[in-house]
Structures are given as C-alpha cells and as structure tokens.
Ligand binder design. Sequence first.
Ligand SMILES: [Zn+2]
Ligand SMILES: [Zn+2]
Ligand SMILES: [Zn+2]
Ligand SMILES: [Zn+2]
Ligand SMILES: [Zn+2]
Ligand SMILES: [Zn+2]
Ligand SMILES: [Zn+2]
Ligand SMILES: [Zn+2]
Length: 494
Amino acid sequence: MSKQFEGQNIIEGYHIEVEQVLSNVKYNMYQFQNVHPYDIKCPVCLNVYLDPISCDSCMNHFCKECYQQKQSTKCPLCSHQCETRKAFPLLRQLLSQLKIRCHHFDQGKASIMNIGCQVIVDYDAYDKHVKQCDYSEEVCGLVDGKLQCNVIKFKKDIQNHRTYECNYRQCECCHCHQFFSSFKLQMHELKCEEALTRCPKCHTQIKIKDQSSHLLICDQNIEKCIYCSGEYAWHQLLIHQNECPQREVCCVGCSQKFTLSVYYIHQTNCPKFPQICPSCNQKVTREQFENHNFKDCLIYIKSQHDQEIQNLIQKHKQLEIELGKKDTIIKFSNRFKDPDIFLNLDKTNALVKQTANKKKDRFVLFNNPISEQRKQWKFKCSQVKSSWYAVGITELSTLHSQKKYQDIGHGSYLVSSNGTMYNNHKDDQNSKESDFRINTNDIIIIIVDLEADLLILYNTTQNLSLEIEAAFEGKDFYGCACLRTAGDEIQIIQ
Ligand SMILES: [Zn+2]
Ligand SMILES: [Zn+2]
Ligand SMILES: [Zn+2]
Ligand SMILES: [Zn+2]
Ligand SMILES: [Zn+2]
Ligand SMILES: [Zn+2]
Ligand SMILES: [Zn+2]
Ligand SMILES: [Zn+2]
C-alpha cells in the first residue's frame, strides 16, 4: 500500500488536513488500485476528481463540489469570472479506468469474523456500490411506543439482528398469543392471565385469570363456621352459616336473643311475636290477636282506606300545581292565527311572510285565554312596518269575520302604532287618537285588570302609557297582535 504513495510524500500531510475539512470526500488516495493518481487530482481538495467540471477560461478541472463550495464565482486558479463546462472526455476516460477499493475495506477489522468489504470497483460504479455495500452501517430503528432500538449493524447483518437479536422484535406470548417487544415479553409471561397455575387447595390446573372464581367453587377450599366451628367448603359455608343452629338471633317480637335452634321453638309461643290477621291483614302481636275481633278488623280497614284517599288528594294537588305552572307560560297559538303569519319553534315569535300587497288585518292570538294566571305579558315589537301594527286583546270570533272598526262591537281592545285606540264597547275610545306610539324594537308591557275592567299598556322604551276601558262580562279574551305588512314581527318576552 505505501508504495502507491511514492512521489507525493511532500503533500501527503497537507491533503489529509483538507480531507478532514471537506465532509463530502468519498475516497482516499490509498484506495486506488491501478493508476498513479498524482496527476488526476483536483487542485482545490488535492484528491482524485469527484464528478469533475472545467473552467471555460483556463481549462483547469475541479470537483463540481469543490468549485461550488467557494464563496465567489471566480475560478480558483485563473481568477477570471467564468462559465463552467463538462470535464474533457480525456479526463473522464482516464477516471473511468480507475479501480477503487471500497472504503469499507477495514470496517469490522476488530472482529475475527469480519474482515471488511473486499470489493474493488470501477470509478463509475463506486457511488452505487458504496450505497449498497454490505459493510455500510445502518441503525436498527425498530420501535415500541416512543422507544427505539439504536443498535448499529452492517447492512448484511441488520436483517439477522432485527429477526433474532433485537430487543424490540415482536415475540408471541405462548399463553395468550398476543405480540410484545422481546424485552417486555418476559415480564408479561410472568403475569399473563392466560398462563396456567395450580389451585393452592385442590392442585387442579387452572388459568391464572380463573383463580379467584375457582376458589369460590373449589371443594378443598375449606373454611370454619364462625358460630359452630364446623368445617365447610367455601361455597357451602354461607348457606350453612345462615341456618347454623348455633347462630344467635334476636326475636322480632320480644327482642330477646336466642340461638337459632332455640328460637324456632320460642317463636311458636312468644306473646310478642307478630301475627297477621287473615281478615284485615293487620300485623298484631300474639297476645293482641287473641282479643282481635271483627270490629277491630273494620276499624283497621277503614284507616287504611282513609290513608289511601289522603295520598290521592295529595297527588292530585301536586299535579294541579304543575299544570298551573305550565299554563302561565304565554305563547302564540298555531291554530288562532292568520295563515300569512309564521311562528318560530317555541311559538314566541310571529312574522308576516305575505308579499302580495293585500290590505287586510292579520291577527295572531295567544294559545290560552286571559285568566288570573295569564293577565300580564311583555312584547318586543321587533319590526314595525306600518301604522296598522296593533297590540291588545280580542275575542276568538275576530279571527273568522271581517269587522268594521269604526263601529263598536268588533270584539277587540287595541292600540295601533300611530296611537289609534279601538274599543269594543265604548264609543269615545273607539277609532280615536291617543299619544301612544309603537316603533321598531319598542318593549310594550300589557296588564289586564280583570276586576276593574281595564287594559293598561306601557311603552317602556318611549316611556308612554295608555289605559283602555274594557268590559269582559265573563267572555274569553286572548292577548293578541294585529299585523298587516310583510316583515311585521313581534316577540313575546316571558
Ligand atoms: Zn476537489
Ligand atoms: Zn463495500
Ligand atoms: Zn434492534
Ligand atoms: Zn400472555
Ligand atoms: Zn381447587
Ligand atoms: Zn355452624
Ligand atoms: Zn320473643
Ligand atoms: Zn283483623
């Protein structure tokens, strides 16, 4: 090997230094087998050309990498700003005649088995060989969760490592047939629920997971009775203890304590022991039962019935309260409304969706008439499009007949957005102007005074109020809105 370095000893030290700086150097001088490499070296890295190019101006050659790595675009030899071109065919031919020994040739020298890669290849095939060389190193890389095998092996040995040696290779548990990383398998097998063990009592072979359920039925799992100290298999013990003659019990009549065997006799003559009268089902003591007669039976039965009636009355009251609660929630009615008015899902918002310009009043009424529980409510007038947007109360009949509002008897008590009042029975309040107004987004509170025959309206947004005299006369009136124009919208606020 040293013979090949003849004639270049002077620069040897220098080129090793450069080699260490350039990380991409792929081969060393001593790898070349058949040609003296002295004259085909790159003047920058002083190594045999790697993928050479030439300077357009001075015709000198450089490794492509060496030329590209310097800061300026000037040629390192002639210092001209110049283009580069392909290497001369002669140089490429010269290079392709080189034979190179793979640089893995001393890999694994330390081990007796491995003497490194012995391959010698053509210059042009060198790149390809190094990439697939058996002696290139590879990290194993098998993983288990976040852990990874970082063992480094030669390419030729890596498959063997992954299959037979790696701590991370998947191995099957011989009991449950699940797969685990090799280093976890041993731990798993020690506690695998499918593994077999022997019952410590009867020595039958059972699975570890069945151990506790087996002990419940194992005939050899003997325990002592806490009362008589008799020995019983575990599954018979509970039954025995329940009926063990030595068990201490308390008489349900006189509260004295006895062993079970004595108690059986005692309960047949204890004067305090409870009996059930076959006629009235009443529980009485033995001594009371001797004097218990037909009259006692009747008294007891009556008291039972009275109690049941009380319970029913209580339940009924409860139901009425709940119904009352539901009834006080005020909503619009899907039945009592003009077909052009549309309600939202919870029936608290009404909107006119008619686009043809038919001039008519469109009523929407509440789902229940005004009552003691439903005599006050709040509107938000979300969209007021015309002066005939009105709120108030009306009778059901209004829905189905055209009314003349200038004459009394039209069935409604209303005020419209421009302040006109409409009064069912009182001429001087019917079709008459007032100071009341309703604009878009105003909040209106309406209170019906059933005692005083009065309808009171507050516009809390504009701070206006209005009283309309009414005559309820026991008729059903409904809270209502009277809308007219497409886009008119009103909402009940609870
Ligand atoms: Zn170079
Ligand atoms: Zn090799
Ligand atoms: Zn591994
Ligand atoms: Zn297992
Ligand atoms: Zn057993
Ligand atoms: Zn016992
Ligand atoms: Zn007793
Ligand atoms: Zn009785």
